[in-house]
Write a protein that binds this ligand. Structure first.
Ligand code: SF4
Length: 377
């Protein structure tokens, strides 16, 4: 089982919180799609011919892709990879890029899941984050996508913005539950150093995120999601039954994936690698027949700890037999005392060989995971 990720490194505007890899030189998109197409062919053996169950166009802004771009990439994927008969094909989209024609192009090329970056339904907050769209545009886009036949739509929201208050947050949640997308991702704002917000924080123009305020907003989120029938299958991800993101779930379950395009990461069960996060270097490398990447060497401890951290954030939990078989780590024996203590407090439980956090435990997921980390001898 494997997934394919394709990074489209362009955005029309830079959102003030974002530190993903992208440039605003959208004029290079044709050359980039050609290079990505070449890399898809060059990397076709990386997954060892495993069946590809998911294709995910992320970015940047993949909704900038036009019909001929998608046609070219999908043809190569179908030709060079063992694509399953019913793959999940997702495209991340900004509301301002989606019109009838664009949606119909996506549909015609097999895209069956849209992940729309709404972030907020409050126009002042959207402006403050430097988003390109308005709240009404996001709603219109959602209804249009429905009308065009998309039956699997995910919407993103950000919480704990410095200008946020609980009334605003409740209004955002009310709007999103009224739309009833199949999937909702909701992330706490993080202020990264290399962003406009990071710069503002340094200059004292904004305050750091208040952790208690963020925790309160998270609890409101959990309450509303549960009330409206969305299951929290990962700390920041909620789905109606049967609509979990298959692509992201595979990352959290330690499965193989191939990332194509600048800054994309890959993992084939043996090693990880990261393509260069620079469009010019990427284009030059591909033109010369060499994919510019570096191998990421993870120690055994890094691999185990990364797995503990990501798996405990999910509803499936941490697979104890996988830890034993793959890394020779008997977490239950090594952490017996601490795990018993957590279980006694109702924070964790064991279910058929998986360690799973309770709802209360999920509020402390990162702390619990780091307490369970293994150390080198
Ligand atoms: S949030 Fe999305 S649209 Fe905004 S800059 Fe980042 S990648 Fe681009």
């Amino acid at each position: 089982m494997a997934g394919l990720y394709i990074h489209i490194p362009f955005c029309k505007k830079a959102c003030h919180y974002c530190d993903f890899h992208f440039t605003q030189s959208v004029g290079q998109i044709d050359a980039m799609v050609d290079a990505i197409a070449d890399e898809l062919v060059m990397q076709s053996d990386f997954l060892g011919r495993d069946t590809v169950y998911t294709v995910y166009f992320g970015g940047g802004t993949p909704s900038l892709l036009e019909g001929p771009h998608l046609k070219k990439l999908m043809r190569i994927i179908q030709h060079e990879y063992a694509l399953s008969s019913n793959p999940e094909i997702t495209i991340e989209a900004n509301p301002d890029d989606l019109d009838k024609e664009k949606l119909s192009t996506f549909f015609d090329h097999g895209v069956n899941r849209l992940s729309i970056g709404v972030q907020s339904f409050n126009d002042d907050q959207l402006k403050w984050m430097n988003r390109q769209h308005s709240s009404s545009q996001a709603m219109d886009t959602f209804y249009l996508a429905r009308q065009m036949g998309f039956e699997n739509i995910s919407l993103d929201l950000i919480y704990a913005l410095p200008s946020e208050n609980h009334d605003n947050w409740l209004r955002d949640l009310k709007m999103i539950t009224t739309l009833r997308p199949e999937h909702i991702s909701s992330y706490c704002l993080t202020i990264e150093p290399q962003t406009a917000f990071g710069n503002w924080l340094k200059k004292g123009k904004i305050k750091a995120i208040d952790e208690d305020f963020a925790a309160d907003q998270f609890e409101i989120l959990l309450e509303i999601m549960s009330k409206y029938g969305y299951e929290q299958y990962e700390i920041s991800n909620f789905a109606q039954p049967g609509y979990e993101s298959q692509h992201n779930s595979a990352y959290w379950k330690d499965e193989k994936y191939l990332g194509i395009g600048p800054s994309a990461h890959s993992y084939n069960g043996k090693f990880r690698k990261a393509n260069v996060a620079n469009n010019a270097k990427y284009l030059k490398g591909i033109e010369e027949g060499e994919i510019p990447f570096e191998v990421i060497t993870l120690s055994l401890e890094d691999q185990v700890n990364e797995y503990i951290l990501t798996s405990l954030r999910t509803k499936w939990g941490c697979d104890l037999s996988l830890l034993k078989a793959k890394y020779e780590v008997d977490l239950l024996a090594e952490q017996e005392h601490y795990l018993n203590k957590l279980a006694g407090k109702g924070l964790i439980f064991e279910d058929e060989g998986f360690l799973v956090l309770t709802d209360q435990g999920k509020l402390l997921a990162d702390k619990i995971a780091s307490d369970l980390f293994i150390e080198s001898d």
